[in-house]
Write a protein that binds this ligand. Structure first.
Ligand code: SAJ
Length: 402
């Protein structure tokens, strides 16, 4: 590809698309960010944001004010098109590629020879070639030489997105060698980590592998927490002791695994390889069953009361974010409310309001509660000392209370 990459069109302005679009805008690229939501488009064009991520507000404001980032409901011609739309699953854990298909189809009229199309959405093996390249090809584009199609999975950690977007190594895999080279040269312009070249299928599977690795390791910690409960051993102490071994590094148990990545991506492997992925499936099952175990634990403690007040600390899927997607904490709270075993009161310091629950100040909630359930290890909860809670029943799924 001889032309420089100047104009970028980012499809999807969510947790990955918006940080990417605004980062590129502040690096001097002309960026059109496309989203199907008019509310999101208007919010961004007014210099605002619709998600919580450290420093993202400043970055978006600066990119919009400089005139380098504008949001739109429709794509525009560009040198590089980045697809960063959700890839959820449907019933039976079948991957749902509807958003990738719709975003790719929307690009067809705008693509010219020499353009680069990058799929960043986490995707089952084969999606770059069999969905993105196929739709472009059916739309009349020659993906074997005129248009470069590649996968470059996003690997940023919510809460550290802006740092990791620049510093993480990136894996880039094209559907052919020219596409790999074109995509790699684009990322090398703004990534300080290494850009590692491979093919599209390996790039797709590498992302799924990273998240499955984490899922399997969290499942090990969650399984240990059940064993420790049964054996009357403190799982947090056990793990910190075992981790003193130079080759042991156990992760932390919790109320389950949430978020839109780790609880989803392993299914993309399992769906295509059901007979080969027994460990990955078991890990998913262990992690998915943990919220039910926590609910049973709360119910057994609640039995000693007539109608206890149960304070649930945390709703988000992990510490210090506002993201409730696939959150085990939310699942536990909703289940407790539906079973009506007590008065359930909820604290979530990272969100202002919730359509279903009144949100309590942590100190008031703790004061009022008979049973305190720590569901997320948010920083403000770490100041709660065990001595202050000595009269209460505490179920600490995150090992926060010291
Ligand atoms: N969790 C535990 N115990 C742990 C670590 C995590 O219970 O020791 C839980 C968290 O509370 C949360 C879930 O796991 O419910 C996932 O949290 P996370 O912080 O492990 O990961 P995510 O979902 O925020 O981001 C992951 C990251 N992947 C890896 O670390 C391999 C990130 O780099 C990916 O970009 C992201 O998924 C994604 O978008 O795929």
């Amino acid at each position: 590809m001889s032309e420089p990459f100047r104009n970028i069109c980012v499809m999807g302005l969510g947790y990955i698309g918006l940080p990417t679009a605004s980062l590129l805008g502040t690096k001097g690229y002309k960026v059109t960010g496309v989203d199907v939501s008019e509310v999101i488009v208007n919010t961004i064009n007014n210099g605002g944001i619709h998600i919580v991520e450290p420093d993202l507000d400043l970055l978006v404001k600066s990119a919009v004010n400089s005139g380098n980032l504008k949001a739109s409901l429709k794509p525009e011609p560009a040198d590089v098109f980045i697809i960063a739309v959700p890839t959820p699953f449907k019933d039976g854990h079948t991957p749902d590629l509807e958003y990738v298909e719709a975003a790719t189809a929307a690009l067809v009229p705008h693509i010219k020879p020499g353009n680069l199309v990058i799929l960043e959405s986490t995707s089952p093996v084969g999606t770059t070639e069999e969905t993105v390249a196929r739709i472009l090809s059916e739309g009349g584009h020659d993906v074997s030489k005129d248009v470069y199609v590649a996968h470059c999975p996003e690997r940023v950690l919510p809460g550290r997105i802006l740092i990791e977007l620049v510093q993480n190594d990136r894996i880039v895999g094209g559907i052919n060698a020219q596409a790999t080279a074109a995509a790699a040269s684009f990322y090398r312009e703004f990534v300080s980590g290494q850009v590692l070249e491979t093919n599209a299928r390996t790039a797709e599977l590498s992302k799924l592998t990273e998240n499955s690795f984490r899922d399997v390791n969290i499942a090990f910690a969650n399984e240990l927490s059940l064993i420790c409960d049964h054996e009357n051993v403190d799982v947090w102490e056990l793990i910190s002791l075992a981790n003193r071994h130079p080759r042991v590094n156990i992760l932390q148990p919790g109320p389950g695994v949430g978020g839109h990545c780790i609880a989803v991506d392993p299914w993309f492997i399992i769906h295509r390889n059901p007979n080969e992925s027994r460990l990955i499936r078991s890990a998913r099952e262990v992690n998915d069953s943990k919220p039910h175990w926590v609910i049973q634990k709360i119910k057994s403690k609640a039995e000693r009361f007539k109608y206890p007040t149960i304070a649930c600390l945390g709703l988000s899927f992990k510490a210090n974010v506002d993201d409730l997607r696939e959150s085990p904490a939310l699942q536990i709270v909703e289940n407790l409310i539906s079973q009506n075993i007590g008065e359930v009161i909820v604290c979530e310091p990272n969100i202002k309001s919730h359509p279903k629950f009144e949100l309590w100040d942590v100190h008031e909630a703790v004061e009022r509660a008979d049973i305190i359930v720590v569901l997320v290890d948010h920083t403000p909860f770490k100041n709660l000392s065990a001595s202050r809670l000595s009269e209460k029943i505490v179920i600490d799924t995150r090992g926060v209370i010291k």
